[in-house]
Design a protein around this ligand. Structure first.
Ligand SMILES: C[S@@+](CC[C@H](N)C(=O)[O-])C[C@H]1O[C@@H](n2cnc3c(N)ncnc32)[C@H](O)[C@@H]1O
Length: 237
């Protein structure tokens, strides 16, 4: 991975690079990297692994996707669950615009909307399901954002989030090296750009994620599913 001027400056100053400061190839590349994982797992494996969520989505639920990027995950859910409504939030305006275009092209624009909003301030009616796909570790204040997510959930709602699968201890593997590299140049600088003192990075580990969830006041937390590269975590108020 080549180091550019902004990265050199960040590494010699406060370490922060906001998501939107990167080249637009990063946004499209992120979608191309994650979308096949979601297409393979989200509807058929991950949603059924959550407690009671599939039934709610079938009968009509309100769903938010926070840090939604180009919206691939939400569009897959909207196609699978036509009785439900969906709203995606991201603080990066360019990604929100791309997500709106994709939803219109996919023919789900009537039930899927996208708004520019931060993880610690998004609004809307109480949600039955809030999703965060591979984004929590990039936020400056993950505990504060998790607390806000809890405040936006219906009393029996569910927060599902996915994170790269890693051990709590430092491990040597091609996968870990790949995620650590991306984390160094993208994820950790993103959190630092948001004033983050709790910059988790892409290899946070389940123990650290449990600390975030419990620090935000959730009372139940478990790993509901996993792939070789990602873990699916379920938190309940
Ligand atoms: C690694 S991308 C994941 C995007 C998408 N969830 C996916 O799986 O393709 C992380 C996303 O989080 C967004 N983001 C970063 N900090 C945020 C914040 N504080 N509030 C809302 N979105 C944020 C970025 O703009 C980016 O779209």
């Amino acid at each position: 991975m080549a180091v550019n001027k902004e990265e050199l400056e960040a590494f010699t100053s406060d370490g922060g690079i906001g998501w939107g400061e990167h080249h637009h190839d990063l946004f499209a590349g992120t979608e191309r990297f994650f979308e096949p994982v979601y297409r393979t797992n989200l509807v058929e494996r991950w949603i059924p692994a959550l407690d009671g969520v599939e039934e709610k989505l079938k009968s009509g639920a309100r769903v938010a996707d926070v840090g939604c990027g180009h919206g691939a995950s939400l569009i897959l859910l909207a196609r699978a669950f036509p009785a439900s409504t969906f709203v995606g939030f991201d603080y990066h305006e360019g990604s929100v615009e791309a997500a709106r275009d994709s939803a219109a092209q996919a023919g789900v624009g009537d039930r899927v909307s996208f708004q520019v909003a931060g993880a610690d301030s998004f609004g809307g009616e109480p949600y039955d399901l809030v999703c965060v796909f591979n984004a929590l570790h990039e936020w400056g204040d993950p505990v504060g954002a998790a607390r806000h997510i809890r405040s936006r959930l219906a009393p029996d709602g569910t927060w599902m989030f996915t994170e790269p699968c890693t051990d709590d201890e430092l491990v040597e593997s091609v996968r870990a090296r790949t995620f650590f590299s991306v984390s160094t140049f993208v994820c950790t600088p993103s959190a630092l750009s948001q004033g983050g003192e709790d910059a988790l990075g892409a290899q946070a580990g389940e123990a650290n994620l449990r600390r975030v969830v419990e620090g935000a006041g959730f009372t139940r937390f478990r790993r509901a599913a996993e792939t070789p590269a990602f873990m699916v975590l379920e938190a309940r108020p």
